[in-house]
Design a protein around this ligand. Structure first.
Ligand SMILES: [Zn+2]
Length: 417
């Protein structure tokens, strides 16, 4: 193996990635610990000290698992690359098949499957130990197993043809292959986004229309007031897996949907549900899906152009422990190592995401009541045992939503106006 300067750069990158993430975790742990005995004043009417301390313990327990997981996955990444794992898998497939496209597809799909099996112990621990300890887990063994099998089958059913087509385009489209691959991947993700709410999500959950008629009337009224043309408001049986509550929007075109977890609806009154829905409508109103799609398509174009350059550089392969350069090993190295090189931009994307959250909150405050949105958010923080006192630096790297006090402070400002 001919390691080179790029090997050193990669080692430095992975070390600073790991060190930064562990450092951020330790900051978060201290921030939560510092406020352990005191509920922040603005929440003291609605969140008891006991609930506050449960959130602190839960947050710290998640951080401990995260420390192990980050360290472990960095080691696995080193094994795949410099440790010769990719080379080994590549040789294994080469010894079985002649066709380069089949070899490539085989390598990529088998690495994906091995990766999800390696991750399985963490996923089991998180579900059956961590979540269970804090009373959140509702997943039984059967649901866990069927979920794993379903994900595996869907990965194979969708992943196999997808990978094959990408490798095919790379091999026949000449030097500008990356433009064709980008166009194909963009089209593919648009189709997936369209298919997801109606065809993929129902494989895992049941979706029902709202049954509560007073609430339904309120919602119809809100949809009309805000000019939103869709009857796509659904309730999902989130309680099948966890008692965490949430709401989200998904899909494009006529297939767009707003989904409430049944666990979220449980503790909320009608006005609070209406405020949460208005927040989700705010995302539609401000075209956040479209903006996010646009920025992810632009990013992937830049990424593929970069890969178009790297694929011709021997140092890229050798530096990352691959002795036989090929289209599929280039894709693999790129996908595996990119997060290590670009994790430091996550504060930027989180900043943009938080900006969207403020816009959606302002929209909800205008069309419903900021007071209802605040009380629904406080219930969400309380019931999900989310910390109210995150470390700001940790938060800038990890949180796509504004922290509790900033978000509620902003809404209170609107109320006072
Ligand atoms: Zn939102």
């Amino acid at each position: 193996m001919n390691f080179n300067l790029f090997t050193l750069i990669f080692l430095l990158a992975i070390f600073s990635y790991l060190a930064t993430l562990l450092y951020l975790n330790s900051r978060q742990k201290s921030a939560v610990g510092r406020s352990f005995d005191h509920v922040p004043d603005e929440f003291s009417d609605n969140i008891s000290l006991e609930e506050h301390q449960k959130a602190a313990k839960y947050t710290q327990a998640k951080l401990r698992v995260s420390n192990y997981e980050i360290t472990f996955s960095s080691m696995i990444l080193l094994l795949w690359t410099l440790g010769g794992g990719i080379d080994w898998l590549d040789r294994l497939w080469r010894s079985q098949i002649d066709d380069n496209l089949y070899i490539g597809t085989g390598v990529l799909i088998s690495l994906t499957i091995i990766g999800s099996v390696i991750d399985l112990p963490f996923s089991i621990y998180r579900t059956f130990v961590l979540e269970a300890k804090f009373g959140f887990n509702k997943t039984d063994n059967k649901t866990f197993l069927t979920d794993f099998t379903k994900v595996l089958l869907i990965t194979i059913a969708i992943g196999l043809p997808l990978i094959y087509i990408i490798l095919y385009l790379m091999s026949v489209m000449g030097n500008n292959w990356w433009i064709y691959v980008w166009a194909f991947m963009t089209l593919f993700s648009l189709v997936m986004l369209w298919l997801y709410p109606t065809y993929i999500a129902p494989i895992f959950n049941k979706f029902k229309a709202l049954e509560n008629t007073t609430l339904k009337n309120k919602i119809d009224n809100l949809l009309q007031r805000t000019g939103f043309k869709s009857d796509g408001v659904f309730v999902m049986d989130g309680s099948k897996r966890s008692s965490h509550g949430n709401a989200y929007f998904t899909g494009i075109g006529k297939n767009k949907r707003i989904v409430f977890f049944d666990t979220l609806l449980k503790g909320m009154n009608d006005n609070e549900v209406e405020a949460i829905l208005a927040h989700e409508l705010g995302h539609f109103h401000h075209k956040h899906i479209r903006k996010r799609m646009f920025s992810s398509f632009t990013t992937s174009l830049v990424g593929l152009a970069l890969l178009g350059y790297l694929i011709d550089q021997a140092w890229f392969f050798n530096g990352l422990g691959v002795s036989v350069p090929s289209n599929h090993t280039a894709l693999l190295l790129f996908a595996l190592t990119l997060p290590v090189f670009i994790f430091f931009v996550s504060p930027i994307s989180n900043y943009l995401s938080r900006k969207h959250e403020f816009e959606a909150d302002a929209f909800a405050a205008k069309h419903t009541s900021p007071v209802d949105l605040v009380s629904s958010l406080v219930k969400l923080y309380r019931d999900n045992a989310a910390t109210l006192t995150p470390d700001p630096l940790y938060s800038s790297f990890h949180d796509s939503h504004p922290s509790a006090s900033i978000r509620i402070g902003q809404l209170n400002k609107i109320t006072d106006q």
